[in-house]
Design a protein around this ligand. Structure first.
Ligand code: PLP
Length: 416
């Protein structure tokens, strides 16, 4: 059904072929073709990722780093190859600057705890922004409470763009770290992180970037950005759940104390004292999600095969097309109209509850997310409790956007 008319708009991007790589995209919901517009929450998996996970569980499974036997050695090798894949993907200088975690939330908690222990003292300040996901807010709040430090917040304008002049005013000698999102999950805003990093570095303040909503849309070069930490989750970049990455500059990671204690992160343990393993293992306590890491490496290889230039170009077309169509729907208000944004549309329709909108769209086979999207302070800014959110990626189609807009018109009629 989807992807035929859209060919003219795509000029060369073979969306029909791409969609076949993702088995779930051809399933039906209530007898209707699935329109999956909830990619901000999680992305679907290509067959190559599904296959490698199944195959490893069926034929190769063994715990890594601890065995002398064939299977353990083999999977350890694959786990470390996955680390090298991520290193190359992010253009990190060293492969031990890539720490496998369970996801962005775990990565940020690691830095908030560990960096906090090493560098933050009473009266110090941490800067975040008003549009942060709770995962890039609560860990810093917890750390500030523990250390007697204070959170400072960069505000945004009505379009959903960070106010950099306000950011500059917040920086001072008490600022210990800045942590901001690359792309807002609720508004779609792409923040000027290079500028933010340069401004913070001019004050000798390190910067952590929450890349949860950026990594699937554009190629990240951590050396070019010069960020101090960058975090992302596998499941949002077409990889498995339960695996994620923390990139950190070696100098910070070496100085920061371990976050979790247990297996793999130790060098020598006595009852009196433990010395710690070298990077990256110092931050990888316990059995890692080694099959997830290999699956993530596969997802990255798949994306590089599609090509980030192609992904960006197609998603821009979907963004422009959907923006134009949605802005013609009377009574529909889009939250997040930044000049630089991804194809994420938070919206309210007249005074209809976003939950009702979500439930009715679901009846039509359209999956959107409703609620506060884990950004309650952002919605406090707008004086509302949340929105319905459609988040699109390269495998979505123009026909799906048409169908979605027709669905919204139908809902309007039902309530009028
Ligand atoms: N940060 C942002 C911007 C997000 O969108 C999300 C998830 O939606 C997270 C952090 C948390 O990601 P995870 O639940 O994979 O740890």
């Amino acid at each position: 059904m989807f992807g035929i008319k859209g060919k003219q708009k795509d000029s060369g991007f073979e969306v029909k072929k791409i969609r076949k790589d993702f088995p779930i995209l051809s399933r039906k919901i209530y007898g209707k073709p699935l329109v999956y517009f909830d990619n901000g929450a999680t992305t679907q998996k290509p067959q190559v990722v599904i296959d490698i996970i199944n195959e490893l569980h069926a034929k190769e499974n063994s715990n890594v780093h601890r065995g002398v036997h064939y299977l353990s050695g083999h999977l350890t090798g694959m786990y470390e190859v996955a680390r090298n894949t991520i290193q190359a993907f992010l253009n990190a200088k060293e492969n031990h600057e890539i720490i496998f975690t369970s996801g962005v939330t775990a990565s940020i908690n690691l830095v908030a705890f560990s960096f906090g222990e090493a560098y933050v003292h009473e009266g110090d300040e941490v800067i975040i922004s008003e549009m942060e996901h709770h995962s890039n807010l609560v860990p810093w709040q917890l750390m500030c409470e523990r250390k007697g430090a204070h959170l400072r917040v960069i505000p945004f304008n009505e379009k959903g763009e960070l106010l950099l002049d306000e950011f500059k005013k917040l920086l001072n000698e008490k600022t210990k770290i800045v942590s901001v999102t690359h792309v807002s999950n609720s508004l779609g805003t792409v923040n000027p992180i290079k500028e933010i990093i340069d401004i913070a570095h001019a004050h000798n303040v390190p910067v952590m970037i929450d890349g949860a909503q950026a990594i699937q849309h554009e190629k990240i070069d951590v050396q070019e950005l010069d960020c101090d930490f960058y975090a992302f989750s596998g499941h949002k970049v077409y990889g498995p759940t339960g695996i994620g990455v923390l990139y950190g500059k070696e100098k910070w990671l070496n100085d920061m104390p371990p976050y979790l204690g247990g297996g793999d992160m130790i060098d020598r343990v006595t009852i009196e004292k433990t010395t710690y393993n070298e990077l990256p293992f110092k931050f990888e306590a316990g059995t890692p999600n080694y099959i997830g890491a290999v699956g993530l490496g596969k997802a990255i290889d798949y994306l590089l095969g599609v090509g980030f230039d192609e992904i960006r170009a197609r998603e821009k077309k979907l963004l422009d097309y959907a923006t134009e169509k949605l802005s013609k729907i009377e009574g529909l208000k889009i939250y997040g109209t930044a000049d630089h944004k991804v194809a994420t549309f938070s919206f309210l329709l007249d005074d209809i509850s976003p939950y009702d909108v979500g439930v009715l769209l679901d009846q039509m086979g359209i999956a959107v997310r409703t609620g506060h999207h884990c950004t309650q302070p952002l919605w406090d800014h707008y004086g509302t409790e949340g929105s319905a959110r459609a988040s699109l990626v390269f495998y979505n189609t123009f026909e799906e956007i048409d169908y979605f807009c027709e669905g919204i018109e139908k809902i309007k009629k039902m309530f009028s």
